[in-house]
Design a protein around this ligand. Structure first.
Ligand code: ADP
Length: 307
């Protein structure tokens, strides 16, 4: 369980994380979503005690990171993808880390197999591609068999096969009862990976709900209707609570009413219908819209404050 309470972090006069509170529960993948610059990495660094907050507090399983006696055994973290600058082999790199926490050689072998680096384990890690570097980072995060995983944009640098692999792995780790907290700036990626979402914009909480609920709430469902009897059909639908707008080509866009109900009303009134197509707005668009609103709200507020 991860808990953030009123976390605030400033860089100069820029507030990167602004009074942010949330909790991340075990047993599911929780996505930490926000556009680039929203404050995701900063928040993760605060959770891991790598930075000090100006306000608020973050705990993992009820303790501050710095108070964990063997942190690798409680929390595994993968921060920003970076090239590994080391002349050491992947195996030796992990072995050194393992030895600092009293973790045995067998576990090193085990995590190398788990992330698919077993065959290249004796090669110099400095020569790894970004994707292999991500796998090595993940191996390091998993070394202590931690109950909490904090992964910052783990999909970066991975090829399509690697992306599917990491999604599956995250879900498996969560299904084992671990807390899996993973950041991304890609809505569509999170929609297929995470069961729960914490969405931030400009350091502030925008949404904290199940992915299903987020999708339901954020994408408008409309129905496109083509009818030679558009005028009378519009009246019939509006009378029953449908919101009807006409687009440039004379088609009807109906909101607040399901396709089946529209078909029933059309049949009851004897209105011919040539097409009836349910449509969902793009999730990526909805997400951009949602976080853009936060930006505008903030900009307006800051302006008001200065006046
Ligand atoms: P995200 O991970 O969501 O892309 P970050 O947490 O990296 O966002 O950044 C949040 C904001 O804080 C950005 O505007 C970024 O420029 C700023 N920021 C992050 N780290 C620093 C730093 N070390 N010094 C100054 N500004 C920073």
């Amino acid at each position: 369980m991860i808990e953030a309470r009123n976390l605030t972090k400033r860089y100069g006069d820029k507030t990167a994380v602004d009074d942010l509170s949330f909790s991340v529960k075990p047993g599911k993948v929780t996505g930490f979503l926000g556009p680039n610059g929203a404050g995701k990495s900063t928040t993760m660094r605060l959770l891991l005690g790598l930075d000090r907050p100006h306000g608020g507090d973050a705990t993992i399983d009820g303790k501050h990171y710095r108070d964990l006696p063997q942190p690798l055994r409680v929390v595994g973290a993968l921060l920003e993808a970076k090239a590994v600058h080391t002349g050491r082999s992947a195996y030796n790199h992990l072995l050194c880390l393992a030895q600092t926490q009293g973790i045995g050689k067998e576990r090193v072998e085990e995590v190398l197999r788990l992330v698919g680096l077993h065959d290249v384990a004796r090669k110099r890690a400095g020569g790894f591609s970004l994707g292999m570097g991500q796998r090595l980072g993940l191996a390091a995060a998993l070394l202590g068999d931690p109950s909490v995983l904090i992964l910052d944009e783990p999909v970066n640098g991975l090829d399509p096969e690697g992306i599917v692999w990491i999604r599956t792995l995250m879900k498996e780790l969560a299904a084992e009862g671990r807390t899996v907290f993973v950041s991304s700036h890609l809505m569509n990626e999170m929609a297929v990976t995470a069961e729960h979402l914490i969405v931030i914009g400009r350091g502030r909480l925008v949404a904290d709900c199940s992915t299903e609920e987020f999708i339901e709430r954020s994408t408008d469902q409309t129905v496109l209707v083509r009818s030679p009897d558009a005028e009378r059909l519009t009246e019939a639908l509006a009378a029953e609570g449908g919101t009807v707008t006409r687009n440039g080509t004379g088609e009807l866009i109906v909101a607040n009413m399901e396709a089946a109900r529209i078909a029933e009303l059309a049949a009851a009134g004897g209105h011919v219908v040539h097409e009836l197509t349910p449509r969902r707005g793009s999730l990526e668009e909805a997400f951009m819209e949602l976080t853009r609103e936060t930006l505008e709200y903030d900009a307006a507020k800051n302006k008001g404050g200065a006046a």
